[in-house]
Design a protein around this ligand. Sequence first.
Ligand code: UD1
Ligand code: CA
Length: 409
Amino acid sequence: MTERAAIILAAGVSSRMNTQLPKVLHEVCGRPMLAYVLDACREVGVAKIYVIVGFGAEQVEQQFDDTKNITWVKQNEQLGTAHAVMCCKEYLKDFKGETLVLCGDGPLVRAETLSTLIGKHQMEQAAATLATAVLEDPTGYGRIVRDKYGNIQGIVEDADCSREQLAITEINPSYYLFNNRILFEAVEQVKPDNVKKEYYLTDAVSYIISTGHKVVAVTAVRPEEAMGVNSRTQLSVASKIMQKRIQQELMDHGVTIVDPDNTWIDARAKIGQDTVIEPFTYIHGDVKIGKACRIGPFAYLRPGTILENDVVLGVFTEVKNSLMADGVRVRHHSFIGDATVGRNVNVGAGSITANYDGHNVNRTEIGDNCYIGSGAVLVAPLVLKEGTHVNAGAVVTHENATQLPGKGK
Ligand code: UD1
Ligand code: CA
């Protein structure tokens, strides 16, 4: 079996984003862009992934703790995408397999497309296989130049295009698979002969074609997948597309999303079957929601929220870092933070946990079957025994909690 490596280009400074943060750390639906590209590589069984980092390299490395098959490769000066690939030479010069090259600013790449790329590459016994997409507005992308028979002649960068070439709508999404040996032969030949004076990886593709090797393309990659993120506007568009995918997958797994356009769900969230997400709900972070829950409208679930089954969270309910057991009801205007809420607890309208005392964040434990009346303030740290009844408007503290009626220990 052919061994496969991947090179992910993520060293760029990203002037167009106007940012201090390395571009690939900008988040799409709660995860850094680079995470999606790594996932796609792993999903198609790439054994070794080389990530080229430069601008903010340490910051990028720190963000990823699951680095089991990643080698971070430093590109000290960002001289272009071909130069970035060259930085892997010491690792890959004797590698006999195939090498995927992807950009860290292309979070919408799908593993299925990479599989198609790999399949075509092998079937055609190609030296290089690239993906192409047809965009209504190809501005900014490298254009695929073909001869009159339809054979690919090369890729011309936007800044270097003639007027005729600018009209080409078939573009380079920057997903490539190369015979590794031929890739490194070619990148060595690239000269910074262009408007930007950069070493372009796209010129390596043209070089491979000019030396008579077979270069083929997987055409008709969906436009939404081809997108690279170079600006904040593109970041927002990519986020929207990713959001659609996340929701689609949840719906396929039996989650009802009443109004997808007015719902935002983090890529890390997990939601169980027959749960209904009402409009204007925002789920942020690694939230876990069980089966047959009803969330929203206007609910805000933050990192560390775990809901078991049949939990109802209603309008303007905010939950953070809390566990809610089966049957909990928090229907209106509540904040529950850093709490464990037992089975069948009912939290009345406007009741909150006061989890922060100005210095520390403290926990609240609410036993099974407690009833919290409306407008109560539960001042943490606090333990409410099973079956406790809290009157409307009460301010419950560690000191007065023991006097409340209840049946727990
Ligand atoms: C690149 C392609 C273009 C394609 C587009 C798709 C080249 C020359 N152009 O253009 O054909 O249509 O992507 O989105 O390859 N990077 C480095 N080191 C460098 C330069 C760049 O690691 O020295 C990284 C960047 O961080 C980025 C990626 O390579 O993640 C692509 O670079 P970028 O400058 O965004 O290229 P584009 O102009 O978008
Ligand atoms: Ca780009």
